[in-house]
Structures are given as C-alpha cells and as structure tokens.
Design a protein around this ligand. Structure first.
Ligand code: GLV
Ligand code: MN
Ligand code: MN
Length: 419
C-alpha cells in the first residue's frame, strides 16, 4: 500500500533542480569519457579517483562532512548525529559503460542534499550520500564489494587478494584510492543506518514501454558467478593430428553449448551469460593450451539457482574431456525482497509528486541487495532509452533523471524528518 508523505517532504522533492542535476551528470561523464560517448571508469582506477575528487570538491563547497571507510566507500553527510538515512549508489562503470549506471544514483543523492538546503529544512536524522566501491565487478570480481563488506555479508579481507583484470590486487588499489584523499575523515567499516534508498536507471525496457517515469522496486533476482578454466595442450596447428589433440578452446565451446542446454527455460526467466573469455597462447597457429571463461547465471528463485548451479561442474567436466577443467564460484547472492514500507513510501512519493509509477522487480543486481541485509532498503528506477545499459549508448533524459531525484529527495526527507 502506498504511503502519504508530509508536505515538507514533497516540498524537498519539488526543490530538485533538473538543470543542476543534469549539468553534474554531464560533468562527471567527462571523467573516463570514451570516444563512442560512453564511459570507462572502472573501480579504484585513476578515473574513479578523479570522479571521487570532483564529488568531494562539490561536497566541500556545500559544507558537508566527507568520510571514507576501509572499503573506500565514500560518505557525504548533511546534518548531525544519529543513524543516518543513507542514499546513493556507485561511481564505477563497466569498461564500455554508459553515463548513468551507478553515477546517476550518486548524483541524484547529491542533488537531494542540495535540495534540502534549498528547501531550508533541518532533519531529525542526518541524510548521508554513499558511493559504494566496485559495484560492477568488471575489474575486481565479485561486484558490490563495498556494500557487501559494509553490510557484513562477507569480510573485506576476503576480497583483498582478488587480482584485477589488469594484474593489480584489490588490496593495492584500495590503498592507492584511500591514500589519494588524505584530507578526509577515515571511519570504520559498517555502522547503523535508519534506511537506505538507491535510485538507478532501470536497465530494462518496461518503464519506457509503459510511459511511466518511476518504478518502486520490489525485489532483486539471485545470482551465481563462476570462472571456468579449461586446460589442454598447446601444439602446432599445421602438424598436430586432429586425433589426440587437447584443444582447450574446443573443450570450452563444448562446455558452453552443454551449459546453454542446462539453462534452457521455456518461460525465459533464467539468465545465462558467458561475458569474458581468455585464450592462451592466443595465436592463430597454435592449439590453445588454456581457456578461461566466466559464467553469469541469474534467477528470482533460489531453489532454481541451487538446482542448476549444482550441475555446472559435472557438465563442464564431461564436455571438456580430454582437457581438464576447474570451476570456481566467484560470487553468489540470494534473491532479495524489499520491505513493503519502503516500496509503499517510494510509490507514495511518486504519487505525491504527480509522477506515473509502477512496481517492478530488478533483473540487475545492485548494492541495495546487500545493504538490505543490514538496514531496511528500497530502490527507485527511472526509464532508460530502449532499456539499453552496460553500453556506451545508455541514456536517460534530463526530465526522467530529475523525476527519480525528486522521488528520492521526498523519500529521504520523509525518513529523516520522522525522527
Ligand atoms: C550489475 O551491474 C549487474 O550486472 O546486474
Ligand atoms: Mn549499477
Ligand atoms: Mn552495472
């Protein structure tokens, strides 16, 4: 059931300025800008650090308190003591990412703080922007390491030895990133929060097709990630007989075909993706000796995830013979359901601001999935053109970006005014 928000909360929503939010988004999009219009600002990279520095400078101009924790999660606080209302998302992007995934939520949160200043309200609880580290997992698998360690779902230590696609360990990248901002407060990992609200582009086609600007997100599907390594034997492409070869790429291809069969689903609910493949020695006239590939497998029902995931190793072993293979799980998250009081609050905020709203489950994972294990959490989606995301052409209009920020600002104000 949707909630009715107080007048002051709706007034904060209306204080959001579309032009200001859009100009901040476009300014951020210059950092790590790609020639094709997208962004490459991977977690804990130089570009990530540059984006953090810019956001910190904006926060300083406004007089907000800034802090960083050992997972390099960045916090910008408006207001005094007590359990904060957390709002935000992530600043890292995919290697060929767009200008909105993640950073939109962080800048909508920043706009919320500024709208609160403009509306001249003081809240019972502090409102705190959070930019979680490494949501995407493109450089350091798994994703969401900042929110996972903040929420205590897994320890930060368990991620430190992860080696990025570029050979750098997460330990070193974290240290470099934290050291790059020596003049902001350090805080310990975790802590209590009253609630967390994350705005994000939908990354799917539903809102656009329905002509609505807002979705109150009900749930997030579960996921498993694996790294598969197939080991064969290198040899000369021209002279080695076909019989008796241990060709790692042929083994990997047979495994992927067999896994596609395992993942067949007439209802089209299962999601199965092989997104990265590495080949050694990667030469046209040498039989590949080693191939590694990733599996991203998702479903809203944990039982389906468990049942199919349980068959992956056996299927890979059979299909890759006579090569040998290892299957290593690199991430696992159970499906999550958001509490009704926050789904209803988001819905009520949209209605109070005269914005079209519906309820929607999320196919993508988000930091909110993990944060929800530490405090009540909710998510706001806005449309993105044709549902395209994880792609340089990702686009959400200034009007839709502002609509989502208005709903966020109204929700954050309501939660922070309540005391
Ligand atoms: C998040 O980036 C996801 O892959 O769902
Ligand atoms: Mn995202
Ligand atoms: Mn993403």
């Amino acid at each position: 059931m949707s909630s009715t928000l107080c007048e002051n909360a709706i007034a904060v929503g209306r204080a959001v300025q579309e032009d200001r939010l859009w100009s901040n988004l476009m300014e951020m999009a210059k950092i790590g800008a790609r020639d094709d219009g997208g962004v490459n600002r991977q977690a804990l990279s130089l570009e990530d650090r540059e984006a953090r520095a810019l956001l910190i400078s904006w926060a300083r101009e406004r007089g907000y308190a800034v802090a960083v924790d050992p997972a390099a999660n960045l916090f910008i606080r408006r207001g005094g003591d007590g359990d904060p209302v957390l709002i935000g998302s992530h600043m890292d992007s995919q290697p060929a990412g767009g200008r909105f995934d993640g950073i939109y939520g962080v800048l909508a949160a920043f706009e919320t703080l500024v709208a609160m200043d403009d509306a001249n309200i003081s809240t019972q609880r502090p409102v705190e922007l959070v930019a979680w580290t490494n949501e995407e997992g493109g450089r350091f698998a798994a994703g969401c390491t900042g929110s996972i360690s903040w929420a205590g779902v897994k320890s930060l230590d368990s991620f430190l030895d992860v080696v990025g696609a570029d050979g750098v360990t997460m330990r070193d990248a974290l240290e470099e990133t934290i050291d790059a901002t020596p003049d902001i407060d350090r805080r310990t990992l975790g802590g209590a929060a009253h609630a967390y609200v994350e705005p994000h582009i939908e990354q799917g086609p539903v809102l656009e097709a329905r002509g609505l600007q807002i979705a109150a997100v009900t749930s997030i599907q579960g996921l498993r990630w694996y790294r598969v390594e197939v080991t064969g034997e290198a040899g000369h492409a021209g002279t080695s007989p076909m019989e008796g070869r241990k060709d790692a790429i042929q083994g990997a291809l047979r495994a992927i075909v067999a896994l596609n069969e395992l993942m067949l689903d007439p209802t089209d609910t299962v999601r199965f993706t092989v997104g990265r493949m590495e080949i050694e020695p990667n030469s046209p006239n040498t039989i590949p000796s080693k191939v590694s590939f990733t599996i991203d497998f998702r479903h809203p029902d944990e039982a389906v995830l468990e049942e199919r995931a349980g068959q992956i190793a056996k299927i890979v072993a059979a299909a890759t013979t006579p090569c040998s293979a290892t299957v290593t799980q690199t991430s696992a998250s159970k499906p999550g359901v958001f509490p009704e009081h926050l789904v209803g609050l988001i819905e009520g905020a949209a209605q109070g601001l005269d914005l079209g709203v519906m309820r929607l489950p999320s196919g993508a994972f988000h930091d909110a999935l993990f944060v929800s294990q530490a405090c009540p959490s909710g998510m706001i989606f806005i449309p993105c053109v044709k549902g395209i995301s994880h792609h340089p052409s990702e686009y959400s209009s200034p009007e839709d970006c502002a609509a989502g920020a208005r709903v966020l600002a109204a929700c954050a104000a309501q939660l922070a005014l309540e005391g």
